[in-house]
Design a protein around this ligand. Structure first.
Ligand SMILES: [Zn+2]
Length: 222
């Protein structure tokens, strides 16, 4: 469908159109190829959330309700953002248990608020391992935690019974994060973070869940 047709679509039809696009890329293939997507996401959200982002979240929920597929969300930079996003997804019929909230490291810093959010039942992702910044350019109000603090947060969630809901990643999105350019590279979690997690009392059994079982469960269609 050409762009000018999309502009003419009404509110209801635009939602259906977006859902169809998402479903088509999973069932038949993306961008005119036969390569099928295995995940919807990462759905980018701003803070405050824009109207069009809300429509994309609703379309995502509608597609997920029909396909049982994994979903991953990039929340806006406010601790209120993940709560709002989960509510919108829930109201539109999403399966929250198959949804990942990414970048929690920089989004929910308060312990109490984090545990309140964990109760909503989505996957809780700490995915900025290797990112240690004094000044977080994208939001100077946030004190970006370091890896030790991330590990303490993961341990807190384990202690509170959320070991089946935790995911970790590197979110490598710039050349400087690669080893070739002086960064930690893709082996950082396995080489450096896991030994430190073990030292801090996160057991091998729990680590197997975080590194193997939880990603496997999330990525399996229902
Ligand atoms: Zn992201």
């Amino acid at each position: 469908m050409k762009i000018h047709c999309r502009v003419k679509l009404g509110r209801q039809r635009l939602g259906t159109f977006l859902t169809d696009v998402l479903m088509n890329e999973i069932l038949h293939g993306a961008d005119g190829t036969s390569i099928k997507c295995g995940v919807i996401g990462e759905i980018g959200c701003s803070w405050p959330l824009t109207e069009s982002e809300k429509k994309v979240l609703q379309a995502t929920a509608h597609a997920q309700a029909q396909l049982g597929c994994p979903v991953i969300i990039h929340p806006g930079r406010s601790s209120r953002a993940p709560f709002q996003i989960i509510r919108i997804l829930q109201e539109a019929g999403a399966d929250i248990s198959k949804t990942v909230m990414s970048h929690l490291d920089r989004t929910i810093l308060d312990k109490k608020e984090l545990l309140e959010f964990a109760q909503l039942g989505c996957y809780l992702e700490y995915d900025l391992f290797g990112t240690e910044l004094l000044h977080y350019q994208l939001c100077p109000d946030i004190d970006m935690p370091d890896d030790n603090k991330r590990i303490r947060r993961v341990r807190l969630l384990v202690e509170e019974g959320y070991e089946d809901r935790i995911l970790v990643a590197h979110d490598i999105h710039t050349k400087t994060r690669l080893m070739k350019y002086g960064g930690h590279g893709y082996s950082h979690i396995l080489t450096n973070v896991v030994p430190k997690m073990l030292l801090r009392g996160i057991t091998e059994n729990v680590l197997d869940k975080i590194l193997i079982e939880n990603p496997k469960q999330w990525l399996t269609f229902k």
